[in-house]
Design a protein around this ligand. Structure first.
Ligand code: SF4
Length: 402
């Protein structure tokens, strides 16, 4: 299968299983943990996927799809962990390599069509057809291969529009550009699928939790250097510059009608999970499962919340001093203003609300930027940007991320 999110694969899932949850129920009866892991394990030994994974016999296509969706199901148990990054990188490289070999994206998740409809004169200029000194290899790179509806293109393209030939509602693309676009679309769809599956993870067979445990080990090994350099994931200082726009808005202080939502609901949950437990191992996690000392909450998280509250108009905690108790309540310590670590678990530690909830409750907070595309939760926004920053830092330093 060239693209597990592509039209052919989605059609197969619909025809054979009806929907994704039914597929995920069937997988454990057909695929072993080892078989699912074989799709990504190669990352520990090589930068490129091995030959045996690049061609799939038509009889094995369903099994190949099972292995991919088995991994997605497992990530539902760790939607913010390094495992997601590990599997995303491995599968994106693998399917990209298959697509490159086939040199076709027509069955992929991108709505591409052959690049027809360009006036001959434009094509000659764009493909430098008159330049006889151009080697065939270069000529091939310049060839406009596909066109894609502008509405889809704009949501995915991160470069300048000046670099693209646009005509009749389509963007016309060369092979390398369209591959980049596919990669972006694949990653977005991947993250969205993990996020959707994490909402129903309690319904998934136990197989996926075991597979998640194995993935954690592989990802730990792959990112060993990064983990050693940066300390254990989940206990890193906050990087305010990478926060999503809605959280930055809340930090600036908000008017009266939005204060409780922005400060007590959004900021409190976002800052605490981002700082203490970005990858919650289960839904009912408590702060005492993640830290052994309350000082990090009292010295790093609470002051930021209180300052943001003071910037509100009128200042939240002057107006409603009891709201501090509500902050502790949302952090899972019950209604108190003098908690001990042992109190953690007296109430629920609220997880950051999803973007659709934020837009419904406090629409003024949501001012999406380009990194918000495809994002369902502000914590995902932050962790994704953090991971990208760390990766580019490593690449500049000459590391390979693994
Ligand atoms: S899209 Fe989500 S993350 Fe981005 S600003 Fe809106 S609510 Fe925040």
């Amino acid at each position: 299968m060239l693209d597990p999110f592509g039209r052919e694969a989605q059609e197969l899932i619909r025809r054979e299983f009806g929907d994704l949850l039914v597929l995920l129920e069937k997988i454990p009866g057909s695929v072993s943990l080892g078989e699912a892991l074989s799709l990504v394990r190669w990352m520990l030994e090589s930068k490129e996927p091995p030959e045996e994974l690049l061609t799939v016999d038509s009889l094995d296509e369903l099994m190949d799809l099972f292995r991919f969706y088995a991994l997605l199901g497992a990530l539902a148990f760790s939607p913010y962990g390094l495992e997601v990054e590990f599997v995303r990188e491995a599968t994106s490289k693998l399917y990209r390599a298959r697509i490159e070999r086939k040199r076709s994206l027509e069955e992929s998740l991108l709505k591409v069509k052959p690049a027809e409809g360009i006036p001959e004169r434009d094509r000659k200029i764009l493909e430098r057809a008159m330049d006889r000194s151009l080697p065939e290899e270069e000529r091939e790179k310049l060839r406009l291969k596909y066109r894609i509806p502008l509405s889809e293109f704009i949501g995915l393209w991160e470069g300048s529009l000046k670099d693209v030939y646009i005509r009749g509602g389509y963007a016309y693309l060369r092979w390398n550009d369209v591959l980049k676009l596919w990669e972006m679309a694949f990653e977005r769809r991947f993250d969205r699928a993990v996020s959707l599956l994490s909402d129903v993870r309690d319904e998934l067979p136990e197989f996926y939790e075991r597979l998640a445990g194995e993935l954690e080990k592989l990802a730990g090994e792959y990112f060993k250097e990064r983990l050693e350099k940066l300390g254990k994931v989940g206990t890193k200082p906050l990087r305010f510059e990478l926060f999503p726009p809605c959280v930055k808005e809340a930090l600036k202080g908000v008017p009266a009608g939005m204060r409780n939502y922005a400060i007590t609901v959004l900021l409190t949950s976002f800052l605490s999970y981002a700082r203490l437990c970005p990858n919650p191992p289960r839904k009912d996690v408590r702060i005492k499962d993640c830290v052994s000392d309350l000082r990090v909450v009292e010295e790093e998280i609470l002051p930021v919340i209180i300052e943001a509250g003071n910037r509100c108009k009128p200042p939240l905690f002057e107006d409603q001093p009891h709201e501090i108790k509500n902050i502790w309540y949302h952090l899972g310590f019950g209604l108190t203003d003098k908690p001990t670590l042992e109190d953690s678990g007296n109430s629920t530690w609220y997880f950051p609300p999803n973007c659709d909830k934020i837009r419904a409750n406090a629409p003024q907070l949501c001012k999406p930027d380009k990194h918000c595309r495809g994002i369902k939760n502000p914590l995902t926004y932050y962790l994704r940007r953090l991971a990208r920053e760390e990766k580019s830092g490593e690449n500049q330093g000459g590391d390979n991320g693994g």
